[in-house]
Design a protein around this ligand. Structure first.
Ligand SMILES: [Zn+2]
Length: 111
């Protein structure tokens, strides 16, 4: 069983008035906050380190495509920005990369 992310703590950090942190908001493969040095900002201005840049690209794709529901093997994401934000930041690498693979199918389907 993978550990359940602490969504309340996550949201507490996303207070509207709060300035975006300048450390990576991704997660390591062990599921702990990455906190790496910011190297990349996604289109929403969220910080990612070099190793987590794909997570920011995941967000950019979601933004362009209006946060659709996706399915890939054992992984699925529901429609909506909240789910995309949570997956980008707290999802395992396996989960994020599987969903990124599903993007291609999605584009083919909706082209
Ligand atoms: Zn990172």
């Amino acid at each position: 069983m993978s550990q359940t992310p602490d969504f309340d703590a996550f949201y507490a950090e996303w207070d509207e008035d709060q300035i975006m942190p300048n450390v990576c908001i991704g997660s390591t493969p062990e599921g702990v906050p990455c906190g790496g040095e910011m190297e990349y900002a996604d289109e929403l201005g969220q910080p990612w380190c070099a190793a987590c840049q794909y997570r920011g690209e995941f967000i950019n794709w979601g933004l362009i495509h209006d946060w659709p529901a996706l399915e890939s093997g054992n992984f699925a994401i529901a429609e909506g920005q909240t789910y995309w934000m949570l997956t980008a930041s707290l999802g395992t690498a396996e989960r994020v990369l599987a969903l990124m693979a599903a993007m291609e199918n999605y584009e083919r389907r909706t082209a």
